[in-house]
Design a protein around this ligand. Structure first.
Ligand SMILES: Nc1ncnc2c1ncn2[C@@H]1O[C@H](COP(=O)(O)OP(=O)(O)OP(=O)(O)O)[C@@H](O)[C@H]1O
Length: 510
């Protein structure tokens, strides 16, 4: 009954094998697990088994209890009732090594990438492992995902990494432990299509060759189908489907069992239906790039983060912005601060919700109303705001105990909804979105698509960076692409408006 621990096995730069001898053995068995936070019953009798040699999708809507179950299995959180049985497939061990990659990154900002990965290999103090050895282990682990990235980032402090680099380091650290069970809580958010493809081939190889078990939490149905063999579906803290083969369930059945609406809103791009008006806003980039956008347009940004993040920084007043400038009535060349951008009518959902989005020390109500207060230079809570906040919260089906609770009490997907709620109903001229549906469940994703379309129809320009190419192709009126080094590549031509066309233009063709 002891919780799994992320400890060191690795003595080579490559993954230590865990052996295939006992493939298919049950490594994790959770039965009738219960957990409440105050009056909220989060898990109400969950059962869940993970076997060696399988990739197991753990599915459920936002707030269904997936992360809570993972925290209980790994010993981070206590349970109120039920059993957790952990069994190793190795004869000399009782419980398996379990490594987790959480939704929010857990890197130590002042330590280098090598140290962040090596730290789990330093059994008791730094003296047991030399710096050179630590570097080798870290490089070996990073190379498993991307041969190019290792040398580039190995000596950087973690605080200097982009979100997606941080995610790669976390996954590499988990892989480097030689874990028998890898629990991945939405690991592909903020990875590009190319990186996701690489990660999936690594995971499949690990399952095939090393016989490990993988638990994959995701709201991206395509990825689930591509990667996983079986699924367990949670709904309101109860197991609805238990280790069901994925092939036996249609997408519609899965969504229905999660308790989500199966009807999609009509959000497809339709250039005829949405005439553009007014004088254009221009985005002027390095190398004489000029992007002209009329109000009411949804412009997608595609490609590795280095490109879109520079442009977005310029748009939201968050730094020099890689040489990008803005030109248009009422907009200066560049905003001196994010507050100035907000007052000029620019709304922003940051992709880095933990450090740049959520105000963790303030209750939900202040988080939702933050953009309004900055625009109107207000600090006082008006009585009417409470109702306004409740309306925004219910428009997005945000599952919260009370609007006075802190955001930490919300599940990951519900924290994301909170950032989107911040922008609703504001008279915005431009809405800048970085992965706005990150971690949001399938039902709500389509609600958010509909709300983005509504903001555009109300006259806002939408600039939307997503690593989910399908999402961009489905919703955007035009897509501007960057290559893998962050250089602008131009618009996706109308006759190449396909996944293949986008993969080619961004240099991420498989
Ligand atoms: N520390 C806490 N205090 C109060 N409530 C909590 C706490 N942690 C989780 N909850 C509640 O438990 C419920 C389940 O949360 P959990 O994070 O397990 O959901 P999830 O299935 O992982 O959702 P998501 O898909 O959004 O990540 C949520 O409604 C959340 O508000």
């Amino acid at each position: 009954m002891e919780p799994g621990s992320a400890q060191s096995l690795g003595t080579t730069g490559n993954l230590p094998g865990v052996g295939l001898a006992s493939a298919r053995k049950t490594l994790i068995e959770a039965s009738n697990v219960e957990k409440s936070y105050g009056a909220t019953r989060v898990l109400r009798g969950v059962s869940f088994q993970v076997r060696a040699g399988e990739i197991h999708a753990l599915l459920g809507g936002n707030g269904a209890g997936k992360s809570t179950l993972i925290r209980i299995i790994t010993g981070l959180t206590s349970r109120d009732a039920g059993g957790i049985d952990l069994r190793s497939s190795k004869a000399d061990r009782t419980s398996p090594i379990i490594a987790v990659v959480h939704q929010e990154l857990a890197l130590l900002p002042e330590l280098s990438v090598a140290e962040n990965i090596g730290i789990v290999h330093a059994r008791s103090g730094w003296s047991l492992i030399s710096r050179r050895r630590m570097r080798e282990i870290a490089l070996g682990a990073l190379r498993l995902i991307d041969p190019a990235i290792g040398e580039e980032i190995i000596d950087l402090p973690a605080r200097k990494l982009s979100l997606h680099e941080g995610q790669i380091v976390e996954i590499a650290r988990a892989l480097s432990t030689g874990a028998e069970v890898l629990l991945l809580d939405e690991p592909t958010a903020n990875l590009t299509a190319g990186e996701t493809a690489k990660l999936f081939s690594v995971l499949k190889r690990l399952v095939r060759e090393e016989g490990i078990g993988i638990v994959f939490v995701s709201h991206r149905m395509r990825e689930i189908r591509e990667l996983c063999d079986v699924c367990t579906i949670l709904r309101d803290g109860v197991t609805i489907a238990n280790a069901a083969p994925l092939a036996s369930l249609s997408d519609g059945e899965i969504v229905q069992q999660m308790g989500q609406p199966t009807q999609r809103q009509a959000t497809h791009r339709n250039p005829q239906q949405n005439p553009r008006q007014g004088s254009p806003i221009e985005l002027l980039g390095p190398g004489d790039v000029r992007i002209s956008i009329l109000s009411g347009t949804i412009l997608g940004l595609a490609g590795a983060p280095a490109g879109p993040t520079g442009l977005i920084a310029a748009l939201v007043g968050a730094g020099p912005g890689a040489g990008w400038r803005l030109s248009g009535e009422g907009f200066g060349d560049r905003f001196p601060s994010p507050a100035a951008a907000a007052r000029a009518g620019i709304g922003f959902v940051s992709g880095d919700r933990a450090t740049k989005g959520i105000l963790s020390q303030l209750p939900i109500v202040d988080n939702v109303l933050a953009a309004r207060r900055v625009r109107e230079r207000r600090r006082i809570v008006a009585a009417a705001e409470r109702q306004e906040c409740r309306d925004l919260v219910s428009a997005l089906k945000l599952k919260a105990g009370s609007i006075w609770d802190l955001p930490a009490s919300l599940s990951g997907g519900n924290q994301q909804k909170l950032l989107v709620a911040r922008l609703l109903g504001l008279p915005l001229r431009m809405v800048v979105l970085e992965e706005p549906t990150r971690g949001v469940d399938i039902g709500t994703k389509h609600d958010i698509y509909g709300l983005i379309r509504q903001m555009a129809d109300a006259g806002a320009i939408i600039i939307w960076w997503s690593t989910e190419n399908v999402e961009l192709l489905e919703l955007c009126d035009a897509i501007f692409a960057f290559d893998t080094d962050g250089r602008p590549k131009g618009f996706l031509p109308e006759d190449r408006y396909t996944e293949g066309g986008l993969a080619e233009l961004t240099g991420m063709a498989a």
